[in-house]
Design a protein around this ligand. Sequence first.
Ligand code: NDP
Length: 289
Amino acid sequence: MSDRAVTSTNRATILDGKAIAAEVTAEVAAETDASGLRPGLAVVLVGDDPASAVYVRNKTRSAERVGFYHVQHTLPADTSEAELIQLIDRLNADDRVDGILVQLPLPGHIGKERVLDRVLPQKDVDGFHPMNAGLLTWRRPCLVPCTPAGVMELLRRTGQNLRGEEAVIVGRSNIVGKPMIQLLEQADCTVTLAHSRTRDLATVVGRASVVVAAVGVPELVKGAWIRDGARVIDVGINRAPSGRLVGDVEFAAAAERAAFITPVPGGVGPMTIAMLMRNTLTAAKRRLP
Ligand code: NDP
């Protein structure tokens, strides 16, 4: 990890996701250059949700920066599911495209699962296809969902081993919490998955030497719950009533106890895009004849 990727508070080392994401992106750009390949990323946006438009723009810009072929399809909000699926089929068949990303959320009249399931698993750079989820569970080569992959990259760059550590994930979504189970287990952690029905969350989190919070509730995880010296990764992005972005962890109090912690914004968020670039390069390499 480079010096600019970490800053120390009184206690915790802050994992600077922006700086680490820039390192990963530079690595992807260099590997792309050396490979002689031109990986291709297609991004599909349906409707005019402003937050989605920002995410899509950032992904396209990043693809540009690392030297990928990239194409963006922006469809009106009243696009039918059949039309969207036709586009996915065209992108599946397009040899210039190694990765297809359908920006979520989709408008309510479109069946998200039918659309995501249509993306060829080998082009599923978001790692949301059930085939990739199954392959991940069985430890077989697959495309790993970008946010959990970014969490693992942040943990890796602490330089500390994960073997035998007590990891607690808070949140069990298909896109973050569930794949985190596999990734942390594969790193030889002992993994606990907590959710909204978990009894005594404070005690469960207090056992953890690695905490991954992916809940979507501002500052749900209190600083006082954090075990001394824990590594704390905050996936949450929430808008506080003041308009400020906050995570799922009470940052300042948690930083008093943790050894490593990610800020919000500037922690996991930028890593998600960097890992999307990495997945697209991986997909391009795997598609070689
Ligand atoms: P979901 O809403 O799909 O899942 C939230 C999970 O949190 C559920 O499993 C839910 O439990 C659990 N939960 C809710 N309330 C509590 C509670 N009081 N105590 C314990 N667990 C609770 O969210 P996502 O996984 O999609 O996203 C989580 C957060 O991460 C959001 O803030 C989102 O914006 C952010 N995010 C950030 C990304 C990034 O790039 N940085 C990418 C993806 C998400 P149950 O299943 O029992 O309902």
